[in-house]
Write a protein that binds this ligand. Sequence first.
Ligand code: ADP
Ligand code: ASP
Ligand code: MG
Length: 412
Amino acid sequence: MARLVMKFGGTSVATVERIKNAARHVKREFDAGHEVAVVVSAMSGKTNELVGWCKEAAALHDQAEYDVVVASGEQVTSGLMAIVLQELGLPARSWQGWQIPIYGSDAHGSSRIEAVEPAGIVAGFDRNREIAVCSGFQGVHALTNRIVTLGRGGSDTSAVALAAGLKADRCDIYTDVDGVYTTDPRVVPKARRMDKVSFEEMLEMASLGSKVLQVRSVEIAMVQRVPTYVRSSFDDPDNPKTGTLICDEDDIVEQQIVTGIAFSRDEAQITLRRVADQPGVAAAIFGPLADANINVDMIIQVVSDDQATTDITFTVPTADFERARTLLESRHDQIAYQSLQGATDVVKISAIGVGMRSHAGVAARAFRALAEKGINIRAITTSEIKFSVLIDAAYTELAVRTLHSLYGLDAA
Ligand code: ADP
Ligand code: ASP
Ligand code: MG
């Protein structure tokens, strides 16, 4: 007998019919004798609708009340799933975040899980192997007793954190693809499913735009050593496949140099032209951005022909672009730049692979291949196991496909 967490994402519970199908996967595991906790997302499209209603109610709304509204999507699904499981003759009970409880920080809209105390769920396991159907995405802040949500895609994190809290043998993330691919299979039909991917690589892929798992869920899986599988809810419940295991690097026998390509449209570029080239200028620009909680990602600095000034280009999340621009414009006098240019029609393409640690020139090959396709690179960053380039958004698919083939990732 094992203890399992099974998470079903939005498309997997999009209709009552789909919930019934997901429930058959749960029944299979229950019938095999396992203790099962289920984590559900809101029905596909529901969270967007709820977010839209908050914006319609007030452009600048209270974030604590936003959480009350958007957490409701998962509540509906948990109740429906419990009803459907009961209909199959299984003992099942729904659990909201506050009932488990899952404690989160008071950063409303992007709360971080601080503790999971699932004694009530364990009591249900002990009593009659009761299936706990938990709402993903939500928790409660211990001090204020208010509902919090974990950021978009947060049900993955609920599932992995619950698996850690329950000391589960496995966390299965059921979604609309049958595993983690070398890149988004919706963009590159030749993408290949991986049997295994290391925690480190999955963490980079998720951070760099592969939204198949929320970044925080991978962090928790890595730190708490939760064996996590990504697999398809559309498999035949009586004959399922295994999907992709996220595991230690050492457990992967055949390592590629590059294992995956990720891309993110969530990036905007700002260039400050002819900034005085003197000590303290970077601090004058990036200090206020940091104080305003704006994350700066890529940075490049180029000395101009006059040798006295420099051009500084950097990227910020698209959502913070206007705020960053307004802030820098308000500091025009202190920073002393000639002009500010911004672009939001850009995309960041990244290649990830632990093999980069021991191989030189991996990125250089990409620069050459992109140049041959006439794709201009606006900015570059590299680190130990990944590199990223910023390019015009119009070239997204071409660039992803080019790098995917370049590193030998295309399916035969
Ligand atoms: P869920 O609603 O189940 O949480 P998501 O839409 O959040 O599902 O995540 C699954 C989607 O992630 C897939 O449909 C796929 O388009 C996308 N995706 C992006 N990158 C990858 C990748 N490398 N491998 C698999 N899926 C990916
Ligand atoms: N329903 C939430 C969202 O759409 C959480 C999730 O699906 O993981 O972001
Ligand atoms: Mg998701």
